[in-house]
Design a protein around this ligand. Sequence first.
Ligand code: ATP
Ligand code: MG
Ligand code: MG
Ligand code: MG
Length: 437
Amino acid sequence: MRLSRYFLPILKEAPSDAQIVSHQLMLRAGMIKQEAAGIYAWLPLGLRVLRKIETIVREEQVKAGAVELLMPTLQLADLWRESGRYDAYGPEMLRITDRHERELLYGPTNEEMITDIFRGFVKSYKSLPLNLFHIQWKFRDERRPRFGVMRGREFLMKDAYSFDIDEASARIAYKRMFAAYLNTFARLGLKAVPMRADTGPIGGDLSHEFIVLAETGESEVFCDRKLVEMAAPGHNLSVEQLEGVFNERTALYAATEEMHDASQFEAQTAEGDRLSARGIEVGHIFYFGTKYSAAMKANVQGPDGKDAPVHMGSYGVGVSRLLGAIIEASHDAGGIIWPDAVAPFDVVVINLRASDEAVSAACEEAVAKLEAAGKDVLYDDTDERPGGKFATADLIGVPWQLTVGPKGLADGVVELKRRATGEKQSLSLDAALELLT
Ligand code: ATP
Ligand code: MG
Ligand code: MG
Ligand code: MG
């Protein structure tokens, strides 16, 4: 991608209403533009990162056995009357009336709709277990939309729903998602800690929030420090291994404000391991049994021939919120430092003198070879001054910067900089390409 042909509206200064660094940097880096309170247009650079995150979230769901579908954003109010949540949900729900006076709503979540889909087709235990997910825009009319995409009103969520014949198998489904979430957040370059959580309006008795520690987080959290550094569990785990992963973590204290019990924290955790911090909720999983299936008559026939309501869980990831969370966890004074896995581009090739034919030819060769090797490349072919180019490259956080200038080229060298460490090396173009591909 040539920067001269791209759409990257960099701002010199962050607008004064952006209070936290991730919001400031997303605006300055030309990733998003606010269209209304809590409603954003995704500009090309932001969209690239959003798509990369979405892809990782999707791949990890599929690896854990979930099946993707896509439900609409608009839902019938009558569906929510069946579960009793139409009135209970309150002013966070955006209610809409169509030309035929039918009451609709912009979905804040999809338990009712997925239960409706399930009951329409699945009648027997033989079709279970089943886990269905989608990645779709949600709307919640948040009282205080703020912090950019972190608390938007329109936001992208991955939500999965599990269906099992009984509580024991539903709890296994829950633990499978628990492990999938640990893998997902690790791949995104984040340390997310599962914490015991309140089930809120979704209901049920087993629930964990996945929390990224950050000073600007909206929740106060308490946990055993050891949880922060635990490695991801990996894939294809047996039921015994899933139990192991779950028990190993839940044996350690970790709770959000609403669930916190100071005396239990102290009894369970050595003083040096006690961490109290602020955190960002990036995922939330629930087991809620037959709450919706009983109300909405989603019954399946068991091996004994009897019909009974299916056992369900739901599993959310804040896909668009994750951009903010990753930036909060990974930035410096110069700008964003994207983890390799979600970076909008893998490499930025910086041409220090676009008017120089030899320099441009070397840059174009580099871009072609990197792209042939499957890399996403941003080519800064503009005639801006070098300082401005370096500042932009740092701001947008591309993991590698490959700089080609007339002096270096005459000596047969280019410069390669690693954004995360600031480390620079001079080497031949071939050696640089070797290293990057
Ligand atoms: P919060 O406590 O931040 O209001 P929630 O508990 O209401 O979130 P859930 O119903 O658990 O949210 O939804 C699943 C996930 O969707 C959350 O863990 C979060 O990552 C994301 N999410 C929820 N609300 C928003 C929002 N307003 N903007 C962006 N992401 C959100
Ligand atoms: Mg909320
Ligand atoms: Mg919450
Ligand atoms: Mg939640």
